[in-house]
Design a protein around this ligand. Structure first.
Ligand code: GAR
Length: 216
């Protein structure tokens, strides 16, 4: 078997998605390993859980840098030093410049709490409820320079219930995030995911679940 794909994870906060990726990577035979965790927020709980699991984890506080490019240069240097081949944005709440995104072509993956292309940006659940949508969900996608844009790998769909609040809905969507992100990582690390004409193509058998949507 080939050696597991070295992955860098960028976070800003609690780290539920990071924990799900860590759990997956700890499974015997999982095709990826987390080589480094970086948080722009030094107080992120995610940094603590990574360190406790023995994963190299560092804060690079964006406030310590004069501008976005200088901050990103520091992040980039640390990721390259750790020799990562894929970067997962797991609740990373900084926008990345075109320069940074283009320097990791199809090697940057994000989780966003909506069924993209609907509800890019913030307050996704509140907006989905206000619009009377039948479904909310999450998307794991390759990152492009435009915010919350890029070829979709997998999506997790959740029915919006009568009387749903953004909080209640976000809890149910997060459950799907924690399943979808490890699945996307596994498929990528197995070398089964390619991007063709800005659409994701996945080879081989895929899990069939009524809540799971695959590709664009
Ligand atoms: C997750 O719900 C993720 O989808 C969202 O932040 C949360 C992070 O939680 N990401 C974004 O909104 C990015 N646009 P976590 O730190 O507990 O994984």
């Amino acid at each position: 078997m080939s050696s597991p794909l070295p992955v860098g994870v960028l976070i800003s906060g609690w780290g539920a998605n990071l924990q799900a990726l860590m759990n997956a990577c700890a499974l015997p035979g999982f095709p990826a390993r987390i080589a480094i965790v970086i948080s722009n927020n030094p107080d992120a709980r995610g940094l603590r859980i990574a360190k406790e699991a023995g994963i190299p984890a560092y804060a690079i506080n964006h406030r310590d840098y004069p501008d976005r490019l200088a901050f990103e240069a520091a992040v980039d240097a640390m990721l390259r030093e750790a020799e990562v081949e894929l970067v997962c944005l797991a609740g990373f709440m900084r926008l990345l410049t075109e320069q940074f995104v283009n320097s990791w072509p199809d090697k940057l993956v994000n989780v966003h709490p909506s069924l993209l292309p609907l509800y890019k940006g913030m307050d996704t659940h509140k907006r989905a409820i206000a619009d009377g949508q039948e479904y909310a969900g999450c998307t794991i996608h390759f990152v492009r320079p435009a915010m919350d844009d890029g070829p979709i790998i997998v999506q997790g769909r959740v029915k919006i219930l009568p009387g749903d609040t953004p909080n209640a809905l976000s809890t149910r969507v997060l459950e799907k995030e924690l399943l979808c992100f490890p699945l996307a990582l596994k498929l990528i690390a197995e070398g089964r995911v390619t991007v063709k004409d800005e659409k994701v193509v996945i080879s081989g058998e895929l899990p069939k679940e009524d809540w799971l949507l695959i590709g664009n």
